[in-house]
Every structure is written in C-alpha cells, then in structure tokens.
Design a protein around this ligand. Sequence first.
Ligand code: ADP
Length: 432
Amino acid sequence: MARRGGKEHKTKLLLGAIADDLTGATDLCNTLVAGGMRTVQVIGAPRAGTAVPDADAVVVALKSRTVPPAKAVRESRAALAWLRKGGARQVFFKYCSTFDSTPRGNIGPVADALLDDLGADFTVACPAFPTNGRTVYKGHLFVGDGLLENSGMRNHPLTPMRDSNLVAVLGAQTPRPVGLVGHETVREGAGAIRRALDRLREAGTRHAVVDAIADGDLMAIGESCVDLPLVTGGSGVAMGLPANFRESGLLGETEEAAALPVAGGYAAVVAGSCSPATLGQIERMAASRPAFFVDAEALAARRRVAAEALAWARPRLADGPVLIYASAAPTRVKRIQKRLGADKAGAMIERCLGRIAKGLVDAGVGRLVVAGGETAGAVVGTLGVQALRIGAEIDPGVPWTMSVGEPRLHLALKSGNFGASDFFTRAFDVLL
Ligand code: ADP
C-alpha cells in the first residue's frame, strides 16, 4: 500500500491496456487520467525483464494496426503476458474510433488471441467516441452526420473502410459469432446492457458490438463491463472503466492522477512538424524567444548542423526556453523533397533533431516540447525513453509527461496539428 491524497491505495495495476498505435495510446491515457487513474504509457513492446511501472493503468503503445495479423497477435499477446505479470485486473484493447482494419484483421484476430490467453470467451466491441463525432447506432458506425463508408476513411491508403456495419466488419475478421446490443437496450442503462450481454454470451456470441451515441451511453457500457476480463474499443468506452475500480474501493481520489514530480532543468522546444498549427506556434515563439533554424539544405550538404545548433543553444539555455526547428513552409519542403525524396529528407531531419534533443538533455534540458508525430518518435528513440507517466493536458490531446527511468525529464509530445498558437510559450508556464 502507498499513500496518496491522505488515502491508502493499492499500488497494484488495475487496468492493463494494449493500443494498436501510438497516438491512440496517448488518447486513451488522457481519458484514464481524466477518470482519476495514474497512468503510464509504454512506448513499443515492453522489453523482457522490465518491471511494470507503479500506476493504476499502464497502456502499451504498439504499432500493430496495419502489420500482418500474425505479428499483431504475437506482439499483443506478449504485451498481455507482461501486463498480467504486473497484476492487471482487467485488460483493454484499444483501436481507432473509425475501426481501422481490413478483412484480415487486426481487431478480430487480436481480440480472439487476448480472449484465449485470458481464458475468457466473451468481450464487447465499441469504437464510439461521440465527442469526436463517432457514434454507433444499430451496429453501424457514423462519422459526423454520415456513415463511415461515406467518410474520408473510404479511401484510407492502408485500412479503407467501405462497410459501416460493424457486426459484418468484425464478423469478417473472426470465425467466432458476433452479436449486437442495440441502443434501445443501451439507453436503459448498465443493468439492461449487462443482461443483454449475458444473453448473447449464453447463446454462443463471442463479440458483442454495442451501440453508443452519447457519453452517457459509454459510461453505462463501461459499468456493465465490470466483470469482463477483456474490453475492446476506442478510448471513449474506457471513460466508464475508472468508476468500476473506484466503486470497488481499488482506486483512490481523482485529483492527483495527473500530478507529476516537480519539473527542473532548462527548457527547449524541438520542432519537426511542418503542419500549419506548428508553423504558427513557431512564428509566435520566435517573436519573443531565441530560435535556430535547422536548414535541410545544409544538412543535405553534410554540414554538421546538430553540432551548430547545440553550440548556439548551450550559452542561451540559462536565459529561458529556446526553440530549434526544421519546420518550413510547403515550397521549401517540396524543394528538398524533390532533391532527396520525401522519405529520405524526413529521416535525415528526424535523425538530426533526435541528436539535437539528446545534446540538449545532456546540456541540462529537463523540460522538452517536441512538435511532430514522427519527430517525437525519433526524439524518444534517440533519448532511449521507454515509458511516460501522463500528466495534465496543456491543450486538448497534448499532456505533459514525465519519463519513467533514465533520462529523467518532462516531455510534451505534440502531434503536428494540435495546440493553440501560443502552445510553445504557454507549455512551460503551466508546468509547475
Ligand atoms: P506531423 O505530426 O505534423 O505529421 P511529423 O514529425 O510526423 O509531423 O512529420 C513531419 C516530417 O517532416 C518529419 O519526417 C520531418 O523530419 C520532416 N521535415 C521537417 N522539416 C522539414 C523540411 N524543412 N523539409 C522537409 N521535410 C521536413
């Protein structure tokens, strides 16, 4: 037992989650923290022998959405075994709220494998996320006002979604029977949903798609899943899970779930996103803080740009946050892409920004904002960060986090298009 907020609480893991991609994992982490669970996100498959961190919820972020099903199953089962070793009482399999998958998988095969390993025979599937316009009605997934099959997902390069009927979509991915709990039942509340789930299970159904068109539905579904070893869905349905643990006395008070250790060290922003939001944030910060441009052309000409950037930054760090960015407007990006190819240019810049981030941390930076999804992946990889404790959100979808283990630092990993225009400057103000 450990102390928190004056109340005793068990340090044993309550919820163990497996997410099929990184940003989906972060999304789930934010939901769980908002529900009062101290949450750690593990980046990539956990290394064998690594201890499960002390947290109420641990979310393993895999990259298994579009890999071959056998690989997704293998990695998910390994993550499950690790989470169970940590004592997870319930398991959550998180996928996208647009049910991104193909007839081969990977939602069905992974859910089946997790059920088998848990010795369970029944789970729910609910990708609904009403706040973001994803609702499920009569088993059909809507995106905004239209069906999934008529949304942009129709032409997704990897997981084109051309059928909105989730019972059929999931049915094509698993040999096991798929059923439906309709909204006429869901709106009657948790008791009615639970009875419907029991009936389906007794009749041989193994996956139940559950309708949800509002957050209240998700809360009721969450409540009805209290005894299921495995729950599957989008981050929305996870909203209802913390209350179950609180109800059974396993989860302490809400307020401190987002608390991180006090921040220290110098502050820096490293940006590799060329998204409009990030370009605006760069312009805003550069107006009042020192800024260094990582020139892709100079990198291509083999100039030692990372060393130049670090030599520029070191004497400035003591005076407040610095900005180092490779981000550029589309015409400039196109020019270098034409010369090197988009992938090669991107990888070259990511490598350089990773090296710069490592140099900054070695120079005493303890609070680092990184802009860009791929860029963040490169930075975290170069720093050797394997897990993040999730703190309070700076802007929707972007929390401060703190690395678990070495190096110890506060990190905010911002997806390119997220955040208000003052994000870079305000981020350090909200970190106490
Ligand atoms: P976002 O989250 O906005 O998609 P990412 O970091 O995922 O941002 O992707 C941006 C990509 O653009 C990265 O691969 C990055 O290295 C690359 N990049 C950054 N600056 C430039 C530039 N000036 N020219 C070409 N590519 C760039």
